[in-house]
Design a protein around this ligand. Sequence first.
Ligand code: C2E
Ligand code: MG
Ligand code: MG
Length: 524
Amino acid sequence: AGDRELFPRGPEQFRAYDRRAMQAWQPLVYEEQLTFAEDGYQGYFETIKTPIRDLHGRVTGVLGVCRDITDRKRAEQEIERLAFYDALTGLPNRRLLLDRLQRSIAACQRSKNLGALLFIDLDNFKDLNDTLGHDMGDQLLSQVATRLVGSVREADTVARFGGDEFVVMLDNLNPELQGAAAQAETVAEKLLASLNQPFALGGQQHYSTPSIGITLFGDERLSVDELLKRADLAMYQAKAAGRNTQRFFDPDMQAAVNARSNLEADLRQGLAKNELLVHYQPVVDHQARLVGAEALVRWRHPQRGMISPGDFIPLAEQTGLILPLGQTVLETACRQLQRWGQDAATAHLSISVNVSARQFRQPGFVAEVLDTLKAHRADPQRLKLELTESLLLGDIEDTIVRMEQLKAQGVGFALDDFGTGYSSLSYLKRLPLDQIKIDQSFVRDVLSDPNDAAIVRTILALAKSLDLQVVAEGVETTGQLGFLRLHGCEGFQGYLFGRPVPVDLFEREHLSEAPLAAPAAGTP
Ligand code: C2E
Ligand code: MG
Ligand code: MG
């Protein structure tokens, strides 16, 4: 019978092999999976194809011999399964884990990403095994395996290390130690939460808890053995700390993780309890006349006092809390704009609001800003959004579209901390910006560091040629002011003109003549 009758799949595939065989000087050997047309039998076949030549060496045909190797394949797979997978749970075993860990370490060296090993030991497993019997013990281990697999990404490895010990390997974590530690901690918490749910064993509810030791890898060259030892040590620390918890190998890392998660919980609460306030810092023109204010968030922590944004904005960005936080600041600023808009003496003042990249990229961002303006009846012309250069690392086309949508309604844009980031001139020209803000680090040493002086002069010349307004940040001395004015700067912000302060103080300090300021009691 011909190929066409034997196999439902077209014969083109076989012809391709034939052509290759005809060109080869040696028999062609290959394996493939085939299905028979007649009875639907599926199997693995090994085929040997040999070119047949005439007396002159010309190929006249191909001889094919094909044999069923399905049994051998199955045996191979079975051997692999037995050698690399745990029979009870079906998870990768210690040997396969070591192999994957070795590969992952090498991959980390290339990608610069970090990885983590989580060593998991069930608390009091021996007691269960002794009292309820091995069958129940096995059932528990299988259920634990299922939960572990369900709690991690598909790319992560969950292995049974032996007995009641499991190891989870996380790949491709953040390149920064801090970030990777936070990610590993999040996974550990997830595993803890999942294993803390009751297990059903023989119709009975049973509780089991794990102790988890964590170590990161990829930043230094460590052997597989050393890494496992560290994770194991950390696991014992988790046991010593009372079980049902997780510990990092490195005590410094543990301290950093604790501090961070405390701060995160506090920030979540602080947002709900209105502990976040907005201070305003004056922005002035070349004649030192007030033209507006920058809204700067502050956190009045019940125990730790006033915390500056540098200490919690990065955390808010990582945890997503920047979204409610940013919205709170925006609402406060819009309410203030509406109030100032009521009075001729203050109606010209604008307010600048800092916007994090994560916030700006949020799907509903444009609508949210417009809705907030509308809800507070604030004039969009008086709102300026300060973006940072980190935004330019992302989808630049999307950034431009969003900016343009807001600009069409009158909202202005400033590029904050200019000079510290990634801005290239081509981007600067394409973005619909109104203003750039020279970072305070350049302004600080403008009189003493010729390099900084040159940068500031160049930024000013560049802004002029692109028709952008400039605000110099961090102006503290009249000397700095003199230099900036000499080179054509027309906007200023810094302690020389005023620090960020609550709005009532701002109005008293900077709008003292304005009728809007609350009439001071006792003054004639
Ligand atoms: P920024 O937007 O560049 O804000 C200017 C920073 O410089 C403010 O620090 C301000 O207090 C400080 N500053 C102003 N004048 C002077 C001066 O003369 N000398 C010195 N040494 N410093 C001066 P702050 O308030 O600590 O804010 C730090 C950063 O936190 C801000 O930098 C901004 O990037 C971020 N931030 C503040 N509020 C928010 C917010 O509501 N949302 C977001 N996403 N980020 C915010
Ligand atoms: Mg700013
Ligand atoms: Mg700035």
